[in-house]
Design a binder for this molecule. Structure first.
Ligand code: FMN
Length: 164
C-alpha cells in the first residue's frame, strides 16, 4: 500500500499532523502552497483566508510533484477555514479529480474549535465520494499539544494500518 500525505498548512498544525501520520505509515509527503501566500497574522489572516473560503476560491498553487499512479491511498490534511476545507486543497482536488477516483482517500483536519465535521463532509462532496477511509478532527495539535490530539492522531494511524 503506497500512501501520499498531501497537506496545506498556514501555521504548522496540519503540517505537524501530516508528518506524524506520514512517518508512521511510511508515506510520501507533498506540501501544497498557494502562489500568493495568504496573510498569516493579525486580523488580515482571518479576513483574507475566511473570504477566500466563503467565496469558494481556488487559488493557483506553486508547482508540486504528485504522480497519482504511484499511490493507492491519498491522505489529505488541511485547516478548517470558515467551516470548510482551506481553499488550496480545493485547487488540488480540482486539478487531480480524475486521478483521485478509485483511490482510497482519508483526511485529517485541524481547527480551533468548530466546523471540522462540516469541513470533512464538504470535502467528500467536492471529491464526489460518500465517505472517507478514515477521518479525524484535531484541535490545534501543534499549538496545544494535548494528549487528546496525540491519541486522536494515533487512532487515525491505527485505522489506516489495519487496512494495509
Ligand atoms: C482564515 C481562517 C479561518 C478559520 N476558520 C476556522 C473555523 O471555521 N473553525 C475553527 O475551529 N477554526 C478556524 N480557524 C483556525 C484554524 O483552523 C486552526 O487554528 C488550525 O489548527 C490551523 O491549522 P494550520 O496551523 O495547519 O494552518 C481558521 C483559521 C484561519 C486562518
Amino acid at each position: 500500500m503506497k500512501t501520499a500525505v498531501i497537506y496545506y498548512s498556514m501555521s504548522g498544525n496540519s503540517e505537524y499532523a501530516a508528518w506524524k501520520v506520514a512517518d508512521a505509515l511510511h508515506a510520501d509527503v507533498i506540501k501544497i502552497e498557494p502562489v500568493k501566500a495568504y496573510p498569516d497574522s493579525g486580523a488580515k489572516k482571518f479576513i483574507w483566508g475566511g473570504k477566500s473560503a466563503v467565496m469558494g476560491e481556488e487559488p493557483a498553487l506553486k508547482p508540486y510533484e504528485f504522480n497519482a499512479a504511484d499511490y493507492d491511498r491519498i491522505i489529505l490534511g488541511f485547516p478548517v477555514w470558515a467551516s470548510t476545507f482551506a481553499p488550496p486543497i480545493k485547487t488540488f482536488i480540482k486539478e487531480n479529480k480524475e486521478a483521485l477516483s478509485g483511490k482510497r482517500i482519508a483526511a485529517f483536519t485541524c481547527m480551533a474549535g468548530n466546523g471540522g465535521e462540516k469541513a470533512l463532509d464538504k470535502l467528500c462532496k467536492f471529491i464526489g465520494i460518500d465517505s472517507l477511509e478514515a477521518q479525524v478532527v484535531l484541535i490545534d495539535p501543534k499549538d496545544k499539544q494535548t494528549t487528546e490530539s496525540e491519541n486522536a492522531i494515533a487512532n487515525f494511524i491505527d485505522k489506516l494500518r489495519t487496512t494495509i
